[in-house]
Design a protein around this ligand. Sequence first.
Ligand code: DGL
Length: 255
Amino acid sequence: MKLGIFDSGAGGLSVLKSIIESRIFDSIIYYGDTARLPYGTKDPQSIINFSLEALDFFNSQKIDMLVVACNTASAHALKAMQSKSKIPIIGVIEPGIKALQNKITNQDARILILATKATIQSGQYQDRLKALGYKNLYAIAPSLFVPLVEENIFDGKILEEVMSFYFKPIDFIPDAIILGCTHFPLLANAISQYFQNKSILIHSGEAIVDFIKHKIPTQNTSTTTLKFFASSDVESLKKTARKWLDLPNYSFLKT
Ligand code: DGL
């Protein structure tokens, strides 16, 4: 099976990592729209237009399935992409919600949703959780987390300051935290520690692997071939991939 993974930039590598570890796909094409990152601050129509352009690229790659790793694109452009494609296209929001449902059965649980401005404004997480009966929802867009991760800042004073700034209104320990942005799993340890390691964290990458395993018959592959594409500076994307994925046995093909 050949899988495509789409993200606005390098953040989707957090989803790629979980998918590689699942050993479901023998070939993965990753495309990051690095020239136009961040999507999270853009208007919905631009997000749809960029995502449809990405779909055109994937159509030329003959993939069997596409994962939209970007929460912002999943929130705004998934339907438009699905309506223009013959292959299955999976976003990260539905798997994230399913993962939360599996872990949190108490509908009075306090759930903190962390995502980009555009994802929060779409109301996708909030509406779906409300429809499932969850009552205590808190949504925050910690926009500065994205550039911090891009700068490989995963802990330390700057991050602590930024977390205090955004989490000030949250004067309680959430029962669950949805990491509703590709970049946030890289800050999982810091976010968890901030809330005294007492919250359950929901990570899109892990959620999507469970979701795919339920959707299609899977078998283990021995190696995964990775191919990276980007709308700008693919070498920098590959460098980040080598660092974040830490998977020396996998082949990195030239783009
Ligand atoms: N990939 C985006 C997401 O998951 C975060 C970065 C961006 O704003 O483009 O929402």
